[in-house]
Design a protein around this ligand. Sequence first.
Ligand code: TRP
Ligand code: ZN
Length: 879
Amino acid sequence: MRTDSEHTIYLKDYTPSPYTIVAVDLDFRITAEGTRVRALLTVEPREGTEPGTPLVLDGNELTLTSVAIDGAPLMVSSYAADADSLTIVEPPLRRFVLETEVSLKPETNTRLMGLYRSSGTWCTQCEPEGFRRITYYLDRPDNLAVFRVTMTAPRDIAPVLLANGNKVAAGDAGDGMHYAVWEDPHLKPAYLFALVAGDLGSITDNFTTASGRKVDLAIYCEHGKEDQCHWAMDSLKRSMSWDERRFGREYDLDIFNIVAVSDFNFGAMENKGLNIFNDKLVFAKPDTATDGDYENIERVIAHEYFHNWTGNRITCRDWFQLCLKEGLTVYRDQEFTSDERSRAVKRISDVQTLRSAQFPEDGGPLAHPARPDQYREINNFYTATVYEKGAEIVRMLATLLGEAGFRKGMDLYFERHDGRATTIEAFLAVFAEANQIDLGQFQTWYLQAGTPKLTVSDSYDAAAQTYRLKLEQKTEPTPGQPTKQALVMPIKFGLIGPNGSPMGWSHVSGGDVRDDMIVLSGDSAEIVFTGVANRPVPSLLRGFSAPVNMTTTLTQDDRLFLARHDSDPFGRWQALQDVSMALAVGAVNGTPWAEDAVTALRQAMADTLANDNLDDAFKALALVLPGEALIARTIGKDIDPAKIHDVRDQLNRAVFGPLTSQVTAAYIKLTSDLPYAPDAASSGRRALRNRLLGLLVASGASEGPKLAAQQYADASNMTDRFAALAVSGAAWTGEAPVLLADFRTRFGGDPLVLDKWLSVSASAQDDGVLERVRAILADPNFPKNNPNRLRALVGAFAMNNPTQFARPDGAGFRFVADFVADVDTRNPQVAARVLTGFRIWPMLEPVRRAAAKSALTTLQSKGGLSRNTADILTRTLAG
Ligand code: TRP
Ligand code: ZN
């Protein structure tokens, strides 16, 4: 029996492999009955490797059929093979070619790692450890090799044969078979390997790089969906040109292919020259995709493309460094969207994502550093912390260094590490060197888990004309990290005078203040501004310049003042959120809001709506109360989701109910019969109009539900139709069941639209929802192996239905736990991900807490769980 600690992998144990594989020649013979893989691996001992050091290759569920070195078959005594490894006992201490042959069964691969079939198409997913399910290999990102791939497959079912790099040969192979040979000249780790074989349609285009290389672009998809790929192609070309302009990075092959598949564990994968995408992040047409879908497609196409430099040419030394490529690439895709659309709106929505996905992770049982130092299952570390907090850390670096200093560091990074596998330390070192600064303390952001609390208080001395800001930081313990260090926090700020304009000072002391930024690096600082003529209102943490939870001593009046006057749009948005949050939290904790406090908030909301200087997309984000999950986490303990749901419902009625006529008028005014276009301005207009519809429904306006039903019926695009459905479903209006039924009949044949129906169905917070979700899942036609369908239904229920998942009778918890146990037998990654919905449990009130714990312990006692699910379960329960 293996214990947990035997499975744990530690960063401190990193050692280079005694052998490296420098060249890979793969030969795939693909048939409907199974696939045979022959691998010729050119192996070299690393300098200093002792004679007799075995070569140990990774495998997973492999069946070895032959093994040879330099053409000579090995005797049974000179190797040891099982499904999960191949050991060559005493390899030659010189360059040699290891030849292996394995047989695979992609047809039954439901884990969707390695080679599998999705709707008949053969495709691969190798990150992080899927290549070992294809052939025995040094499946670690620091082994860089050149790859040559020959594929032979039946021409009728697989006319399209793709792999990384350039196609160098193709032809007939007899017996209805044909072949293609692909070569990738760039060194790469095995996790970037990809192959696709199938009967696919495509659209093509081209892009000429700044230095004149003509690149052929293609997007492959199931036949009949070609017309839905044009937005993705457009996004790709804009990404390619943006990376040249903004970072001086050009594409480096003559071909760039994207393939859309319908069974995929994640969003998309940056395989060299052959990105593979979850089809929901490729397909778009106005009557089936929302504005949100269009923006996501643009973002993920950009993200995977940007990996070509940050991830592929410069890759990770080991999986602890995952954030090196993911945090940096998310930062790059965020900047791309900011440049292509509205920077302010993008920042606000990124902060919303950070707060709703990363902060809960960082404040719960699954908290871990952006660069973890141990793991049992690396697949469980593709998290919001690695991705989103990782991007925030890079953003702070850019804020601290300024645009020019940041670019200098990036240039040096590309120059020095191109073609290598490297680390977070090396990444920080180039910025330190290029800017002649010390980033030693800054590195703590990567090493320390938990969201820091930043507490700010202020005081003004009118006689002395001095203004003081006291800042304090503190990070609570997280699993495995009982004590915490102070972090370097860039706090962008401004002082605002009584008339609403910026206020200066003649002198500042007591802290590191640079222009519009305070850099807090100790536990606390007291900053004194002199020559301040009036009491200012401080705008702090502008643009959310550090990923912290800030509490201030500002009054509700100060916040309302900021909501009106802050020159920083993020600051205005945050101020409104803070005012609402204070009322909601007070009410949940037993202090009902005062009438005049609600009136003041209502006035601020009304003024925001009426303000012609604000753009629609910003208004859409501002005119909304903080969500139930955010209120819950602000309260932080003994959470009663039902009570929070009720309080938010009442606050919606109190604040927005009396605004019904203004909201209705604005809603009507925004109605447009222009044809659909996905640009930022048109989508902002729809976002605001749909937000107003949401307000009418949520605030109990008598016309709200009817209006939503009307919009649903009249809509000429999916954005408007789905918004009407979603607000009706969320409020579970009388019309909701009818609309849902209609939506199902109209769109049930389109799997990606079906997902929208599944999510709305699972997110309704009425008492009947659990039975409906059960019934949907029990339907024999429900596609039980498709990650998108499973996540849309049960993922939404566990993550997006706070009251019904956390029913006090425990039925919601038991349902999700049973689901996890079942799916775990087929797709552990999907199971483990859904299980993370339980991370809220330690914060719940005692009855629900006990119910959640009991569901988790029952799951544990069943045993037989995958390593993915067992890891999440153990850590969740330990919290
Ligand atoms: N590297 C991918 C990204 O762009 C993540 C990814 C794709 C992935 N497929 C995966 C991670 C499968 C784990 C398992 O972010
Ligand atoms: Zn990525």
